[in-house]
Design a binder for this molecule. Structure first.
Ligand code: ZN
Length: 686
C-alpha cells in the first residue's frame, strides 16, 4: 500500500504527487479518526476537570488535521479543476458538512466547554483563550444546542424550512433570469453597445441556432446594454425585465413570484430569533458581529444616510442637467441613469482602464506591493524555491522579520483552464503552537485571474486589477502576520464578519496614494513614470457619483436591517411599508412602481447576508478611518504601521474587534474619514 500524500501531516501539500483518487480515502479516514478521538477527549472530561490542555488543545489538533486536508482539496478543486477532482470534491463535501453539523450539535462537547469557560479565572486563561471559548459557546447557542427538547424540535423544523424556502427563492431568481431573452436581428438596434457584450450576445444566439444577438439578463450582458445602448426603448425593456424578476410584475412567469417566500422566510427567522431568546433576527445577526447590537447598526446606517443623501441629490442634479443638455432627455428615468452616467463620466474624466495598463506591469506592481508591506511592517519578502507548486506559473514566497521566518505564501495570478474565476485568499496552514512547543508558521494561497503577458511582454494590469491584488494581499497579511497561538484565533479565524474586510480594504488605499503609485507603476517598455495628467484623472475619477453609489448600498442595507427587526408573523404590506420608508430616505430619483428588486435580493433571502448587508459599508468605514491615521502620519510611517500590526493585524480573532479598533484609534469608529475619502465631505468641514 502506498502512503496517501494528503495524509502526510508534516510537509506542505505535495501538489505534484496528489491524485484525485487520494481525496476520498484521506477525507474519510480523517473524519473517522477525528470522531473516535473526540470520544476519547470527551471521556477524559468525565473523570477530570477540563483544562485548556486536555480539551481545547486536542480539539485544535483535530481541527487542524482536517483543515490541512480539506483546504488542499478545496484549493485543488478551485485552481486545477478536473472532472476527477470535482467528482471527489463533491463526494466529500456532504461528509464535511455532516461532520461540522455533528460537532455543532454535540451537547456533551458544549457542556465540557461551558465548564471550562466557567473556570477561566481559576485557570488564568488569557484574553485569546477567553475569546475562543466565548465564540464557541455562542455558536453552540445559536445552533440551538442548549434549548429544551420541545423548542429544539421546533428549532430544527424552522432551520429545515428556511433552507428549503431559501433554496426555492434562489431557484426562482435563477429561472426568471434564464427564462428571459430578447433576440435582436438588426445591429443598428444595438448602437453604442461595446464589442465584448456584442460578441457574447452573438455567441449565445449561435449556440441556440439563432441569427443575430440574443440579449439575456446575465449581469455582464445586462450592464453592457444598460450602460451603453443608445436605444432608449431597449434599455427600458431590459430594465423592466431585470427589476421584476421572480415577481408578479413585468414579463415573467407568475409561478416564479417570490413575494410569498419573502414573508415566510422573514416569519421563520423572526420565530427562530424568539426561540433563541432574541427580540428579532437582527439581534441574532449582530450577536456574532463587531457592531454588537441592532441599535448601533441602526444609528450607523442613519448617520451615513443623513450625510450622504444631500450629496447624492447634488450628483443627481448634475446628471439631470447633463441628460437634458446632451440628449434632450427631460424626464430622466431609472433606465437612463447608468447610460447617462457613463457618458458624463467619460466626458468629465476621459480615462479608460486600458490606457493605464502599460504603466502597471505585474513585476513592478508586485515589487512595489512588497515594498509597501516591508516599509509598513518591517518585513522582507523573498522568493522561496523549495515549495512545490501546482503549476509553472505559480510562485512561492517567504516572509521574514529580524531573521525569523514568519510565513510563506503562494501567488497564483493568471487565468488558466480549470481555474475558477475571481480573486481570493485562502489558508493553507494556520499559525499555532504545537504540542512540542514549536510554532506552525502560517501559509496562504493568494489567487487572482489576470491575463498572462503575451509576446514576451509582462502581464499588464488595469488599475482595478492592481487594487484587487492589494486587497487580497491585505487578507493574506492578516492571516500571515498573526502572533496568535491557537487555531481558532489565529489570522482571520474568529474575526467577526463585519471586521474581516478591514485589513484588505485598508491595503487598497495605497493604490490611490501618489507616493505609493510611484512605487508600483512604471511604463513596461521605457520605465517612465505614470504621466501627471493620467494620475490626476485616475484620482479624480475615483469619486465619480460616489454619493449615489453610497445611498444605493444604504438602501439595500437599511431595507435588509429594518426587515429583520420585524417580529411575529410578517405580512407583505409590512415589507412594502419598510421599503417605502427606506426609499424615502435613500432614493434620489423616483423608483418605478413596478420595481420589485426585493424579489431577487438573494443576498439576504437566499445567501448569508440576512441582517448583515450593512457589513459592506461598516468595513469601509473601518478601513477609511484606520487609513486616516496613516495619512495623518505619512502613508509609509513605520510607527503607525507597527502600531496597526501590533494592535489589530497580529491579534486576529484573539479579542473583541471593537476593542482592538479602539486600542489602535483611541476611540470608536467614525464615519467622517469614509465621507472624506469618497469626496462627500470637504476637508475643512470635517
Ligand atoms: Zn475581501
Amino acid at each position: 500500500m502506498t502512503a496517501n500524500p494528503l495524509l502526510d501531516p508534516v510537509t506542505l501539500p505535495r501538489f505534484q504527487t496528489i491524485a484525485a483518487s487520494d481525496i476520498e480515502p484521506a477525507v474519510s479516514s480523517v473524519l473517522l479518526d477525528n470522531r473516535r478521538q473526540l470520544q476519547t477527549i470527551l471521556a477524559v472530561q468525565q473523570d477530570t476537570q477540563a483544562t485548556w490542555e486536555t480539551l481545547m488543545s486536542p480539539l485544535d489538533e483535530l481541527e487542524d488535521r482536517l483543515s490541512k486536508i480539506w483546504s488542499t482539496v478545496s484549493h485543488l478543486n478551485a485552481v486545477m479543476n478536473t472532472p476527477q477532482i470535482r467528482e471527489a470534491y463533491e463526494k466529500c463535501q456532504p461528509l464535511i458538512t455532516q461532520y461540522y453539523t455533528e460537532m455543532g450539535q454535540n451537547r456533551e462537547l458544549f457542556e465540557a466547554i461551558s465548564r471550562l469557560a466557567a473556570r477561566a479565572d481559576e485557570l488564568h486563561l488569557d484574553q485569546s483563550q477567553r475569546k475562543i471559548l466565548k465564540d464557541y459557546l455562542l455558536e453552540f447557542r445559536l445552533a440551538g444546542v442548549d434549548l429544551p427538547a420541545e423548542k429544539k424540535a421546533r428549532f430544527a423544523e424552522l432551520e429545515s424550512m428556511l433552507s428549503s424556502l431559501s433554496n426555492r427563492f434562489s431557484n426562482n431568481v435563477l429561472d426568471a433570469t434564464m427564462n428571459w431573452s430578447r433576440l435582436i436581428s438588426e445591429e443598428a438596434q444595438l448602437a453604442g453597445v461595446p464589442e465584448s457584450t456584442l460578441q457574447g450576445a452573438a455567441e449565445v444566439a449561435r449556440r441556440k441556432g439563432l441569427e443575430g444577438w440574443l440579449l439575456t439578463l446575465d449581469f455582464p450582458c445586462y450592464m453592457g446594454v444598460m450602460t451603453n445602448a443608445d436605444n432608449r426603448e431597449l434599455r427600458k425593456e431590459m430594465y423592466t425585465a431585470y427589476v421584476t424578476r421572480a415577481s408578479d410584475q413585468g414579463p415573467h412567469d407568475p409561478s416564479l413570484d417570490n413575494q410569498e417566500l419573502i414573508t415566510r422566510i422573514l416569519t421563520c427567522r423572526a420565530e427562530l430569533a424568539q426561540l433563541l431568546g432574541y427580540r428579532h433576527y437582527a439581534e441574532v445577526s449582530t450577536a456574532r458581529k463587531m457592531a454588537g447590537s441592532a441599535q448601533r447598526v441602526n444609528a450607523f446606517l442613519q448617520d451615513l444616510t443623513d450625510l450622504a443623501a444631500p450629496a447624492a441629490h447634488k450628483e443627481y442634479q448634475r446628471l439631470r442637467e447633463h441628460a437634458k443638455e446632451a440628449y434632450g432627455i427631460v424626464d430622466l428615468q431609472a433606465w437612463d441613469i447608468p447610460y447617462c452616467s457613463e457618458k458624463l463620466r467619460q466626458q468629465s474624466y476621459a480615462i479608460s482602464q486600458e490606457e493605464l495598463r502599460p504603466y502597471f506591469p505585474l513585476p513592478r506592481v508586485r515589487e512595489g506591493l512588497f515594498e509597501v508591506a516591508s516599509r509598513l511592517y518591517g518585513i522582507s519578502i523573498t522568493p522561496n524555491t523549495e515549495m512545490e507548486t501546482w503549476d509553472d506559473s505559480v510562485s512561492a514566497w517567504s516572509i521574514h522579520r529580524d531573521g525569523e521566518l514568519l510565513a510563506r505564501f503562494y501567488l497564483d495570478l493568471f487565468t488558466r483552464e480549470g481555474k475558477r474565476g475571481g480573486a481570493w485568499m485562502a489558508e493553507c496552514r494556520s499559525r499555532r503552537a504545537l504540542a512540542d512547543g514549536s510554532i506552525q508558521t502560517p501559509v496562504a494561497y493568494l489567487v487572482c485571474n489576470f491575463a498572462a503577458g503575451a509576446g514576451g511582454n509582462p502581464s499588464l494590469l488595469t488599475h482595478n486589477e492592481v487594487t484587487t491584488l492589494f486587497h487580497e494581499f491585505g487578507h493574506g497579511l492578516h492571516h500571515m502576520l498573526t502572533r496568535e497561538q491557537h487555531l481558532r484565533s489565529s489570522g482571520i479565524n474568529g474575526v467577526a464578519w463585519d471586521a474581516v474586510e478591514l485589513p484588505s480594504q485598508l491595503m487598497e488605499n495605497w493604490c490611490w496614494d501618489p507616493e505609493a503609485i510611484a512605487l508600483i507603476s512604471a511604463h513596461y517598455q521605457n520605465g517612465e513614470a505614470l504621466p501627471e495628467a493620467l494620475l490626476t484623472k485616475l484620482l479624480a475619477a475615483r469619486n465619480f457619483q460616489a454619493a449615489m453609489a453610497t445611498v444605493r448600498q444604504l438602501e439595500f442595507a437599511l431595507f435588509d436591517f429594518r426587515l429583520h427587526q420585524l417580529a411575529g408573523e410578517v405580512h407583505s404590506a409590512e415589507v412594502f411599508e419598510v421599503l417605502r420608508s427606506v426609499q424615502a430616505l435613500t432614493s434620489v430619483y423616483p423608483v418605478p412602481e413596478f420595481n420589485r428588486f426585493q424579489n431577487s435580493f438573494s443576498h439576504i433571502f437566499a445567501g448569508g447576508y440576512a441582517a448583515g448587508y450593512y457589513s459592506y459599508k461598516w468595513a469601509e468605514v473601518l478601513s477609511a478611518d484606520v487609513f486616516s491615521a496613516f495619512s495623518a502620519n505619512g502613508v509609509f510611517d513605520s510607527q503607525t504601521g507597527g502600531r496597526f500590526l501590533e494592535r489589530i493585524l497580529s491579534r486576529g480573532g484573539g479579542a473583541d474587534p471593537l476593542e482592538l479598533f479602539k486600542d489602535f484609534m483611541g476611540r470608536e469608529p467614525q464615519i467622517e474619514a469614509l465621507l472624506l475619502q469618497d469626496g462627500l465631505l470637504r476637508p475643512e468641514a470635517a
